[in-house]
Ligand binder design. Sequence first.
Ligand SMILES: *Cc1c(COP(=O)(O)O)cnc(C)c1O
Length: 373
Amino acid sequence: MSRIRLSKSVIGEEEKRLVSCVLDREFLGMGADVLEYESKLSAFFGRPVVCVANGTAALQLALQAMGIGKDDEVLVPSLTYVASFQAIAATGAKPVACDINEHNLIIDIKSAKDRLTSKTKAIMPVFYGGAAGDVDGIYAFANDNGIRVVEDAAHAFGSTHDNKKIGSFGDVSCFSFDGIKNITSGEGGCLVSDDEALISKAKDYRLLGVERDTEARFKGKRSWEFDVVTQGWRYHMSNIMAAIGIAQLNKREKFATKRKEMATLYSELLREQSSIEPVVKDFSQVVPHIYVVRIKNLKDRQALRDALLAKGIETGVHYFPNHRLSYFRDASLDEQSIVENIYPELLTLPLHADMSADDVAHVVECIVLELAS
Ligand SMILES: *Cc1c(COP(=O)(O)O)cnc(C)c1O
């Protein structure tokens, strides 16, 4: 059996054709294709969308457009990709690491409450594995305390909550289209919100702060004489990226169905294994970006990962807790935190839209064998 990859892009003829069209037109920057992708995403979510260079940029611009920066604090779960922490830090604000809920690994509201100060301006829930958890509780907490919500929905493209799409209802939802996410535009990301002022600011910030340059670029022009009133960034999306994104958006249902089927099959095949517990238990509303299990009393994860790799099975660890990183060190989460307890037992199994039922069965068979040995 050939190597089973942990994750991968799934690219077909349509992506190649649309990218080829962009290359033929010889307009590679931000223009008609980005406008088209942004419009299609906007129709998908039913709300305004701003496309940017990556998901990290989307998080940073969302915070910046809320006026969050120096001397402010943002609550964020320790168990996330370091992108969430760096996006907060990039605005000048301080990421405040919070503990996670034991069952869904999403930010624990009680821990967030404990860490709330007069400097807290926002909370950044991470929809771990694609599931929104108690997002209503998070919004209630934010409303009670007058803080904003920046959803890190990088895992959750296509997922729903109460049958409403993630991205269709929140304060601001940020998605990633990097190569391995539920859909990709090569690299890329977007933010989605009803807040018109926020959307308009994010559009300027992505183009070095040049006022209304987005309008010009979407007409195939650019601004020559303009004003800049704030710090901006080179965070726009290119036509090449958008072309890939448009093709992928067309296939979103096919990808989502496949991911759900493979994740559901894993859970079925693992049902008898009392020591192995999938983090997400119901995929009816979740398009899983990763399939994560908790292996109770797992003593040596690295040995298990090495043994699986020797059989051609890649695995992952999502994520090394951010409060342990030197730059974001927070010793207050060391003792008796759920994240410290759970982290050594987490293992991510291969999941992508090119997997077969045989691949899934093979992975399960190998894990069960390894754990028994
Ligand atoms: C992928 C990811 C991001 C960042 O997205 P990029 O497009 O890679 O910058 C942020 N948060 C989480 C949880 C992610 O998985």
